[in-house]
Design a protein around this ligand. Structure first.
Ligand code: G3P
Length: 217
């Protein structure tokens, strides 16, 4: 399972990278705005800065909602750095753009997936990754993890190579449940990754080991 961090915060990206288990970064316009990164020039520079910190794929989202605009924007984003993955929304022109970039050999991440039907279309269009938003489904009393399972089943039935990138992850249990189902990738906040570390028995056990070591020395 690949671990991506879902943020545009450079300090958090550096911290996740320093753990040695980070495989990539996802961003979106809301995450950029949260960090105060606005304006095309600053946003583009920020993508480059992120690529210089991490080794893996970095999703950069297009703002256009028409095919021509998405293709133009996506080409500019893809040319910024070899690690850039063009993030395209699941809308009709987005499906066309996914197919276009797939034919061109440019990596894509189809975002805003909320149903198995949308997931099927993203795979048919040749998306590299597709992002079901599980937390936002949970928010409206719909089981986000069930969607991950449905997509896993459908993709396995046909051998689709599109990677399931479980997104809108809110906490550590989402990560563990996605791993059990077989999501290819998770993207979540740093806390959802660092939460995997924690167990009180580890802390108690370590304290005891250190105490006993001191007794014998
Ligand atoms: O990767 C998608 C993600 O950014 C959405 O997360 O927490 O805003 O639902 P959230």
């Amino acid at each position: 399972m690949k671990f991506f961090i879902d943020t545009a915060n450079l300090d958090q990206i550096r911290e996740a990278q320093s753990l040695g288990v980070l495989d990539g970064v996802t961003t979106n316009p809301s995450l950029m705005a949260k960090e105060g990164i606005t304006g095309e020039k600053n946003i583009i520079q920020h993508y480059i800065d992120i690529c210089e910190i991490v080794d893996g794929d970095v999703s950069a989202e297009v703002i256009s909602v028409d095919f021509k605009g998405m293709v133009e924007e996506g080409k500019i984003l893809a040319a910024l750095h070899p690690q850039i993955v063009v993030k395209i929304p699941m809308i009709e022109d987005g499906v066309k753009a996914l197919k276009y970039f797939s034919d061109e050999g440019i990596k894509t991440n189809c975002t805003l997936i909320f149903s198995a039907g949308q997931a099927l279309l993203a795979a048919k269009a040749g998306a590299t990754y597709m992002s079901p938003f599980i937390g936002r489904l949970d928010d409206i009393s719909t089981d986000g993890l069930n969607l991950i399972q449905e997509i896993r089943d459908i993709y396995d039935n046909y051998g689709f190579e599109t990677q399931i990138l479980a997104a809108s992850i809110r906490h550590t249990m989402h990560v563990i449940e996605c791993a059990k189902i077989g999501a290819d990738v998770m993207t979540g906040p740093l806390s959802s990754i660092k939460g995997l570390l924690k167990h009180p028995l580890t802390d108690i056990g370590l304290a005891k080991f250190l105490e006993d070591y001191k007794k014998g020395n």
